[in-house]
Design a protein around this ligand. Sequence first.
Ligand code: ADE
Ligand code: ZN
Length: 331
Amino acid sequence: MNIKKLPKVELHRHLELSVRHSTIKALAPQIGINVDDPKDFAKYFLITEPMKDLGSVLNKFLDTQKLFKTVDIIEQISYEICEDAHNEGIKVLELRYAPTFLVLGHDHISFEQAHLAIVRGIKKAEKQFNMAVGLLCIIQRISPLNIAESVTDFAIEHKDTFIGLDLADNEEGFDSKPFSSFFLRAKKAGLGITVHAGESDVPNAPRYILEAIEHLGATRIGHGVQCFRDENVIQYLIDHQIPLELCPTSNWLTGAIKDKNNHPFKSLMDKGVLTTINSDDPGIFNIDLTHEYELLMSKYGLTEKDFKYCNDIALKCSFISEEKKKAAWSV
Ligand code: ADE
Ligand code: ZN
């Protein structure tokens, strides 16, 4: 099986952490980082061994974030991400970004300017590569509620170019329930809802998955991998047909799953949970989606039939319009 050529759908990929490495190398001197030595490139821009926890991983994103200094750079990286995805067989791609994170420290760039630059980049790529790309807006859990509310307003005002709303960052200490009214409002306005929940290995992780569904109206869960610890939560996900956006390498690098050789992907899939395959932050994790397929095939014995099953689920559950995703899938 040629995995690169296999038609794929990806639902969970962060735009800010998917930047092409040659572009990072070209831009790094502008932020005072010299990457002539590959060790320095890795030191600032890659995570290839497990870190202490998710918080340490999220902190490491900050150097990459400094690169987004102009709208032209934002447009360029958006286009290149789609081009790279196309080159590994991805026909339907959902990209997500947090407006607050993207423009942090770049005070001359407004949410609006950044968003329009992203839309220009992905529209150009969609046309050139016959692919379907959708954008999800992220609220950072660490945001004060007034900021989270303004991000919700921004997402709703741009519902012609956003397909959904997500909540990301570290769960521990940042309850999702205070964001409930924002998510319900976005849902009512027609946006799809997916929430990072049950990602890290913390005591209440399985419960956080249920809270995202019941309080925030999530119809998909980002990660949700910790459900494997609670049979009741697994059964709930099956009964309510809630798909998981699973990201195996990410889980290992953030310490969510301690043993690289013991990810619950296959056991969840075999139990009947709707599983999809995703890369999360491929640029900084030094992977692509093909890498995740290869991992699932070599370590867990997933077959071409399993990959087709996961892609069928992802295609069905993508928030991109039926017409657009079907047109790209049938190319
Ligand atoms: N933002 C980017 N990657 C993330 C992850 N794995 N978990 C939560 N927030 C994120
Ligand atoms: Zn994520």
